[in-house]
Design a protein around this ligand. Structure first.
Ligand SMILES: *Cc1c(COP(=O)(O)O)cnc(C)c1O
Length: 238
């Protein structure tokens, strides 16, 4: 068994254990394998080991990888999870199935305008800055409902839920705090009438805390593919 297949198994085990502990069904939590900085061949290996959803952070790298894996296009769901500048929305609207990082209406409007008509609606999540860090992208919690409503009204997008990257913290108890804030926003938005089915939260270091607080999709890179090397000159990070 390849290292990637073994690590995928280990991550699936962590998700199952966390779900069990939270009294949730294992099938309530989807695994998004974050393949940024890793070659298309690693995605191919993970796909052969049964993984279907992959996340990318950088527009050019993601678009190139999707093209390199065109033979698997119908078998893979591609998620864009990185910061998105408005001049880079067009290739994302054309190449990806999901965007998790909607943090302002302008980005969503451009994606809606640029999503090709022959493709199904682009699945989108609104990113929330739950930890209130000035350096982090995401809409402020107090402005989340307004942005969700505006995004929900756009054509060619299908609003799916919320996403967050909480500040790192030591220990599951401390990690759970921002995840609880995110879940409360999710619950409030649903109570306000929005149809949301996705809470995108949890990474290699805080997967258990995220699942304990209701995450329905965890985004895992390092625990599957290993440590990232950002020095590669072929990576254009935007
Ligand atoms: C890189 C990244 C991940 C994966 O992080 P790991 O700690 O490697 O699991 C998840 N979400 C986002 C938005 C990322 O940029």
């Amino acid at each position: 068994m390849s290292a990637i297949a073994q690590q995928l198994d280990a991550v699936r085990g962590r998700i199952a254990a966390a779900a069990r502990q939270a009294g949730r069904a294992e099938t309530d939590v989807r695994l998004l394998a974050v393949s940024k900085t890793f070659p298309a061949e690693d995605v191919r290996i993970a796909h052969a080991a049964g993984q279907r959803a992959f996340g990318e952070n950088y527009v050019q790298e993601g678009v190139d990888k999707i093209a390199a894996l065109d033979d698997l296009r119908a078998a893979i769901e591609w998620h864009f999870i990185g910061p998105l500048q408005s001049n880079k929305t067009r290739p994302v609207a054309a190449a990806f199935d999901w965007v998790h990082s909607i943090d302002r209406l302008r980005i969503a409007s451009r994606l809606a305008e640029q999503r090709p008509d022959h493709l199904p609606p682009l699945n989108v999540c609104v990113q929330v800055n739950v930890s209130g860090e000035a350096s982090k992208s995401g809409v402020a919690p107090a402005e989340t409902l307004e942005l969700l409503r505006a995004v929900d009204a756009l054509p060619r997008l299908k609003l799916r839920g919320l996403m967050a990257i909480p500040a790192s913290a030591d220990g599951v108890a401390a990690q759970r705090v921002p995840h609880r804030v995110l879940h409360a926003l999710f619950t409030a938005a649903r109570a306000a009438g929005l149809t949301l089915d996705t809470l995108s939260a949890g990474m290699s270091g805080d997967l258990e805390a995220a699942v304990a607080e209701g995450a329905t999709l965890v985004r895992i890179g390092t625990a599957i593919f290993g440590h990232r090397d950002y020095s590669s000159p072929s990576l254009e990070r935007t």
